[in-house]
Ligand binder design. Sequence first.
Ligand SMILES: C[S@@+](CC[C@H](N)C(=O)[O-])C[C@H]1O[C@@H](n2cnc3c(N)ncnc32)[C@H](O)[C@@H]1O
Length: 250
Amino acid sequence: MHEAFGNVADIVEAPVDGFVLDLGVSSMQLDQGERGFSFRFDGPLDMRMDTTQGESAADLVNTLPEKELADLIYLYGEERHSRRIAKAIVAARTEKPFRTTGELASLVRSVLPRGKKDEIDPATRTFQALRIAVNDELGELERALAGSERILAEGGRLVVVTFHSLEDRIVKNFMKERAGDSPSPSRHLPVMAAQGPEPTFQIMTKKAVDPSEGETRSNPRARSARLRAAIRTGAAPWPEEHGMTERGRA
Ligand SMILES: C[S@@+](CC[C@H](N)C(=O)[O-])C[C@H]1O[C@@H](n2cnc3c(N)ncnc32)[C@H](O)[C@@H]1O
């Protein structure tokens, strides 16, 4: 079904016994230069998961104001040189708008010192940031998690595989919060007052499950994967206003 998983509660006939989210891009998409997800190929600067709609990475790179571009690269790429990259992008695009992954990757590499031999390519974080922004990946994830609460039967399993810390933090905090295990917002408030509605999930994975050495050897792309799982209780879904609280995003 060609549908955004953030709409899962509107498209799946509930209840279901399991909901598995395997986030991010697929190897197939990464290996197709024309999708523009990877700087291994010189393809169109697209990065849309759904190529039938939405702004592409080129649209963002060629139109966003410098500060917004820097914030996006910092927040979604956790890139500490975000301001320097955004400045260089804005300067270069006045000459010629960016069209390809190769153009953007070489621009980023030209302003960032090359790390040691085995360190990630300097363009990696900028590409991650643009991909997350183009596909609203964190917003989609939050909506899919809230949706899972509405479609899972009591005893149903929620399993999520994430590929970077921003995703993992949202999943971890959602499960903690829905398990009623999140810290009181203020030390002045007795614990009880902090309690939200009845817990809707019970955490199965106290710690995230990492790929085994064997798996990482046979599939190096699995190296940053982390799996978390929780069991749905019989409690009613939390009201919308209880979407991810700021705390859950922090
Ligand atoms: C990591 S891949 C899944 C790979 C799959 N498990 C396999 O083994 O081939 C994630 C897939 O989810 C899709 N995807 C990412 N975000 C999505 C969203 N918000 N809604 C629907 N599909 C999405 C991607 O296009 C990609 O095909």
